[in-house]
Design a protein around this ligand. Sequence first.
Ligand code: ZN
Length: 199
Amino acid sequence: MNQTAPGSAMFPVSRPLPCRPGFRKSQAMIRSILIHPDPRLKKVCDPVAEITSDLHQLAADMLETMYDAPGIGLAAPQVGVMKRVLVMDCIKDGPAEPLVLLNPQVIWASEDLSIYEEGCLSVPDQYADVKRPAAVQVRWMDLEGADQERQFAGIWATCVQHEIDHLDGKLFIDYLGPLKRQMITRKMEKLKRERARAV
Ligand code: ZN
């Protein structure tokens, strides 16, 4: 998702990025982010079967790409890799907390719902309210192959659900009514035409 301002509104925030531990910046590369509509953003991704050096590289590149955007979450299909991998870091101030989730699954969701104004790096500059469970328990595999489980709440809960949706070919605009969705899709088609002409 896009970087968010404090509170629930999701507006890009520019701030100097603190030093990000846990990945080697010198070896990470910014990858280009697919813009909706793109058939790769509509596909269900394959589970990660084994942890390879390519996968470590992908995770480092995805974090670099997310922080550069800036965003708070990024899923592998957004950089054209059809694998169940996502990265996120919803810390706005203070030490960074980069997370890499392989094969993430929501194993519990609260009945309480919350509404956040969401954005998406694949749908630039478009924001809309989406209602989702306020807290979720998520299980995933880390880059060492260990199982991890954690309960997410607040913006982290919204972000992890938004990113897991990407792994199932779903975008936040799919929660909107057809007219709003079509309006955003047309804007994105126009943006892509403009960008193609600018190259
Ligand atoms: Zn997104």
